[in-house]
Design a protein around this ligand. Structure first.
Ligand SMILES: [Ca+2]
Ligand SMILES: [Ca+2]
Length: 193
């Protein structure tokens, strides 16, 4: 009887000590796995040098156009109106490497979906009415980054991440409206297969 009780106590202690340790290991592995899987989402956009080159050219072209206009009209305010926008990348559990889109691309090449899916949009200039939709249903933003193309600490644009988790495919569209004159509206879209 006494021997059995001692064995029982020893087993209980072993179980109580092992349980949290097991739980912790499991947690850590889970975290590591999910952040590795969709790591692209956590990489600063600045690491995409080819994107920055492309955006710099768009900015230069826009500034030249603005200069030509300013010769005729009164100078613009300090914050530039929204002048460029695109769907940049999609990353999903089914395609964790991430698919970067060409500006004119109409349809994703890769098959996306699975448990998680995030889509990033990029814009230059300042907008204030952002709407991202999947099959006309609004998506929530989960984060954003500033884009500073010339390192002058003046923000040139924004990257926004949208949560499209739960969709296996669908029509993604993004729109934004300029905060400043001429209060123009811009859109871009892509079919995610
Ligand atoms: Ca800048
Ligand atoms: Ca799919």
């Amino acid at each position: 009887m006494r021997k059995n009780t001692i064995i029982l106590i020893v087993l209980t202690i072993c179980f109580l000590v092992a349980l949290p340790a097991y739980g912790m290991n499991y947690e850590v592995q889970e975290d590591k796995m999910s952040s590795n899987e969709l790591a692209i989402k956590d990489q600063p956009i600045k690491t995409d040098e080819s994107l920055y080159e492309r955006l710099r050219l768009i900015k230069e072209k826009h500034e030249k156009e603005m200069q030509l206009q300013e010769e005729n009209i009164e100078p613009l305010g300090p914050a530039p109106a929204l002048y460029y926008l695109e769907v940049y990348v999609a990353v999903s559990s089914k395609y964790p490497e991430g698919e970067f889109f060409e500006p004119e691309q109409l349809r994703s090449v890769e098959d996306h979906g699975g448990e998680e899916m995030y889509i990033a949009t990029i814009e230059l200039g300042y907008g204030h009415l952002r709407f991202a939709r999947m099959n006309t249903s609004l998506l929530d933003p989960i984060g954003f980054e500033y884009i500073d193309l010339d390192n002058d600490s003046i923000v040139d644009g924004f990257l926004y991440w949208w949560d499209a988790s739960g969709y296996e495919h669908g029509y993604f569209d993004y729109e934004n409206t300029s905060s400043n004159y001429p209060f123009n509206n811009m859109t871009d879209s892509i079919y995610i297969r």
